[in-house]
Design a protein around this ligand. Structure first.
Ligand SMILES: *Cc1c(COP(=O)(O)O)cnc(C)c1O
Length: 367
């Protein structure tokens, strides 16, 4: 065991005595899929009301011990983040805008009455973990290591109030290319009976509860041959909000991007914010405002709206070819990805993989 210092916080490093043998790790990295395999280590930091954040450590990946009364199991006091580690041509490993994830993690913590983790501690936990598990970051094009920081309330107490104890963990999973067979546009399903989040709810926080609420409509999507669900606003059921885990953009024939303006119930994606910046860099206009479903339907019919895509860290951009509902289908299930969609995706992935200049200073070296 040895310790490494990080701005006052000491990370204890307890190396896994039985890491996966190199040959087995390489076999996984050949075809990692998504979220199926995990690296040899994880990061953990504990919090109590009395002590604050303490005992930062890198330990062997393994099961957590939870008391059956742990508050997260009963009242879902849980938040998470998702970002990726990208291997560059020289072997170095980088991540994308981690301070934005750290700030969003604080916003989510506030909403779920969990303690806020300092930004530098969040980033340091990623550096420490990826340094130890660097060999798990694949190098084939469009592959990455998906990093999942999360926090749970783990006080053993069934009374209903915010917990006095919490734990922050980070796990890492090697990820294959999202579009292994080339960029395949997706069909999406319109949730007609369900909403993802309402005004004043937790839609702007990245919490497991939002995902739990999206799984039933997601099943409905699969049953109808769609891979994702589109949610409309909960009050009027008129305006586009987002997919279960991705933001949405429409593209007009003049190249203008249109995307719903976050107003409390939409998760503010970092991919979304980055694409808005890159589109503006390319001289495209971006409109952030309310977008009625009817505007999309009319725009497809008139030819005014020519492309649509979803965006988030996992897929970066997934082109949308069609929107289906119980009553109608718009778009064309065989349409290829549009040219603005492709250009934006190439630009953003180019920066992430170190192939394009990082003019906005978005990359942070992890290892
Ligand atoms: C994480 C997430 C997104 C995408 O956010 P990114 O920062 O771009 O990965 C969009 N919507 C929801 C509901 C999410 O949880």
């Amino acid at each position: 065991m040895n310790t490494t210092s990080a701005n006052q916080v000491e990370f204890t490093i307890n190396r896994n005595a039985n890491p996966l043998p190199e040959a087995e790790r390489n076999a996984i990295l050949q075809n990692p899929g998504f979220g199926k395999h995990f690296t040899d280590h994880m990061a953990t930091i504990d919090w109590t009301r009395e002590q604050g954040w303490h005992d930062a450590r890198i330990v062997p990946y393994g099961p957590l011990q939870l008391d059956p009364a742990a508050s997260v199991l009963h009242y879902a006091q849980e938040i998470f983040e998702g970002l990726k580690a990208y291997r560059h041509a020289d072997g170095s490993v980088w991540t994308f805008r981690p301070e934005a994830n750290a700030l969003r993690f604080q916003l989510s913590a506030r909403r779920l009455a969990l303690p806020e983790l300092p930004v530098d501690l969040f980033i340091e936990s990623l550096k420490q973990l990826i340094s130890v598990d660097k060999a798990w970051v694949p190098s084939a094009p469009e592959t990455s290591a998906y990093i999942r920081p999360f926090m749970i309330a783990n006080e053993s107490f069934l009374g209903v109030r915010s917990a006095e104890r919490a734990a922050y963990h980070v796990i890492v999973s090697p990820a294959g290319s999202y579009f292994a067979k080339g960029m395949q546009p997706i069909s999406i399903w319109l949730a007609s009976e369900f909403a993802r989040a309402g005004k004043g709810g937790t839609g702007e926080a990245k919490c497991g509860g939002n995902y739990a609420a999206s799984l039933l409509p997601q099943q409905e999507a699969y049953a109808n041959g769609c891979s994702q669900v589109l949610f409309l606003d909960a009050e009027e059921h008129t305006y586009l909000e987002e997919l279960g885990g991705m933001n949405i953009f429409l593209v007009r024939k003049d190249g203008t991007l249109i995307t719903p303006k976050p107003s409390g119930s939409i998760l503010k994606g970092i991919t979304r914010a980055s694409l808005i910046q890159l589109a503006e860099d390319m001289g495209l206009k971006v409109e952030e405002r309310k977008v009625a479903l009817q505007e999309w339907r009319d725009g497809i019919n008139s030819g005014e709206i020519t492309e649509a895509f979803a965006c988030g860290t996992a897929a970066v951009i997934a082109p949308i070819c069609a929107l289906k509902s119980k009553d109608f289908i718009i778009g064309d299930e065989n349409a290829p990805a549009g040219k603005v969609t492709v250009a934006l995706r190439n630009k953003l992935t180019g920066i992430q993989y170190g192939l394009e200049e990082d003019t906005h200073g978005w990359l942070t070296r992890l290892a």
